[in-house]
Design a binder for this molecule. Structure first.
Ligand SMILES: Cc1cc2nc3c(=O)[nH]c(=O)nc-3n(C[C@H](O)[C@H](O)[C@H](O)COP(=O)(O)OP(=O)(O)OC[C@H]3O[C@@H](n4cnc5c(N)ncnc54)[C@H](O)[C@@H]3O)c2cc1C
Length: 396
């Protein structure tokens, strides 16, 4: 039964158990709300895909939203928990993709790079997540908001938060299915590869460059590599991540979006990169020890004018402002959304101010991510980029 405090605070329904949905649910729970998450996937690890996420300027806010028991487990989500986090480690070296020289070293004091999958598992502890519940409709009366799911079940809540990712159903419904709420394809593809070499000598070159992550820019593509998983001290057990962002049209379109054919395409279209970036992809094995995905990156510029069902439904995270992953800002803005949304509910002054700030900030961050993509492909552009001028700081 709900406590007096949670009854007073209200019942919140969160749609989507990605990182944003789970984080906001912890924050709501911590602040006395009765909260349930509805997630379309069947279980937390239903999809094997993973990538790394650096949390930097939003880390203090992120920590504040979590209960102590979950915070204590965050070490389990780190890509490389086996390093001393000194200033040398809490930075991202960026190499000139043409000459191989170190171009920039962006300080990221206090930052941590996590695996999305591992963090999702850590965050799922202590939450009421209803799996296999795909939201299909939202309606409301003066008393409450009703969610309808694909299995025809309905649930009522006082507040509903769309945390259902870039292709958000909640966003589409709030804009009355207007195509203007749809994702827009960018001019860029991203290929993400996670590989296990089973050979310490092949992990060492990456580890020696930086134990967490390194990037190169300015040679017509953006490439990053680093530690994905470090399960034991023995480097031969580690997995490496490798990601490349390239302009559509620079190569023939990918023949497949995942698997061995996608990996072969990435290998065939990646030549003459500086080290350690080239060897890593050359060494990726075409078997189950490698995972490869290719996507055309998409974005959506948030705008106001959506139906908030009387100030009771809104959006957070990628559902609100999906952006390109340049300078690692997407999840950090989701963290800020979560904090500001909870603060707005606590103040009891409605969600208008939250929506206005979130839309303005999100639109700026999306525009900056597109601009960074344009500037990342040649050396002249790189030096004008926010990455070169501001590093990973918050700029929206
Ligand atoms: C390669 C890459 C690198 C990145 N690096 C960084 C970084 O360094 N720093 C950073 O801050 N950000 C980074 N990002 C961005 C970050 O990953 C995202 O902003 C973040 O993961 C978004 O989480 P989310 O929970 O909002 O969305 P999602 O992870 O998409 O979660 C949405 C959830 O909603 C569920 N769902 C969808 N539709 C429905 C429905 N109708 N009903 C019920 N459930 C539904 C989905 O199944 C999913 O589980 C990166 C992104 C990529 C791709």
């Amino acid at each position: 039964m709900a406590s007096q405090e949670s009854k007073k605070a209200g019942k919140a329904a969160v749609v989507g158990a990605g990182l944003t949905g789970m984080l906001v649910a912890h924050g709501l729970k911590k602040n006395g709300f009765d909260v349930v998450i509805f997630e379309s996937e069947e279980k937390v690890d239903a999809r094997p895909r993973d990538w790394t996420i650096a949390i930097h300027w939003a880390l203090p806010t992120f920590n504040n939203l979590l209960p102590e028991a979950v915070r204590a487990n965050l070490v389990k989500a780190l890509c490389n928990p086996r390093v001393d986090f000194t200033p040398e480690v809490e930075c991202l070296p960026c190499f000139n993709g043409v000459t191989g020289e170190l171009m920039l070293k962006s300080p990221m004091p206090g930052s941590r790079r996590v695996s999305r999958q591992l963090l999702r598992q850590v965050l799922s502890e202590g939450l009421d997540v209803q799996w296999d519940k795909r939201l299909v409709d939202i309606s409301s009366t003066a008393e409450h908001v009703t969610l309808t799911f694909a299995d025809n079940a309905t649930v009522q809540a006082d507040f509903v938060l769309g945390a259902d990712g870039a292709s958000s159903t909640v966003r589409s419904l709030l804009f009355n299915r207007d195509p203007k709420a749809n994702l827009v394809p960018s001019a860029y593809y991203i290929a993400t590869v996670i590989m296990r070499h089973d050979d310490a000598a092949k992990v060492e070159p990456v580890h020696n460059f930086h134990p967490v992550a390194t990037i190169m820019m300015g040679a017509s593509c953006f490439v990053g590599t680093g530690t994905m998983y470090a399960p034991t001290p023995d480097l031969s057990t580690w997995s490496i991540f490798w990601a490349k962002i390239f302009r559509r049209g620079a190569f023939p379109d990918p023949p497949a979006r995942q698997g061995a054919e996608a990996l072969r395409y990435v290998k065939e279209t990646t030549k003459d990169l500086i080290e350690p970036f080239q060897s890593q992809i050359d060494w990726a094995k075409e078997d189950d020890s490698t995972m490869c995905f290719i996507d055309q990156m998409k974005y959506y510029t948030p705008s106001l004018g959506f139906d908030t069902h009387g100030g009771r439904v809104t959006l957070v995270g990628d559902a609100a402002h999906p952006m390109l992953p340049y300078r690692g800002q997407g999840f950090q803005h989701a963290v800020l959304d979560a904090h500001l949304f909870i603060e707005a509910l606590q103040k009891g002054e409605g969600l208008e101010a939250y929506n206005t700030e979130m839309v303005e900030r999100g639109a700026k961050a999306v525009a900056q991510s597109l601009q960074e993509a344009e500037l990342s492909v040649d050396l002249e552009g790189v030096m004008k980029s926010l990455m070169a001028r501001q590093g990973f700081k918050r700029t929206a």
